[in-house]
Design a protein. Structure first.
Length: 100
């Protein structure tokens, strides 16, 4: 899987490459590693990913910020399942700034 980031003044778009994407943004970057792509997105816009919300239902593939880490939902679930042991079955950590 590869990941694309399109960015310009005050805007950032993040896509997984297997989707067909056209962007009018002047800059395009491509990454093979999801953590590297997420790190770059956060460099461009530290608030790009929404904070985890315990009242929200998340769909597979959505990413959220919890603490300083970014997680991707592995399946549809409501946020109340953001606790161990359900965490590992429903969410995957894709970025942790301590590992950079």
């Amino acid at each position: 899987m590869t990941y694309k980031i399109f960015h310009g003044p005050d805007v950032v778009h993040f896509f997984e490459k297997n989707s067909t994407v056209v962007s009018g943004q002047p800059n395009q970057e491509e990454f093979e590693n999801e953590a590297d792509a997420v790190s770059r997105v956060l460099e461009l816009d530290k608030d790009f990913y929404p904070q985890w919300d315990k009242e929200k239902t998340y769909f597979a593939g959505e990413r959220v910020k919890f603490g300083n880490c970014i997680y991707r939902a592995l399946q549809e679930n409501d946020a109340r399942f953001f606790e161990l042991p359900d965490l590992q079955a429903r969410w995957q950590m894709v970025y942790n700034p301590e590992f950079e």
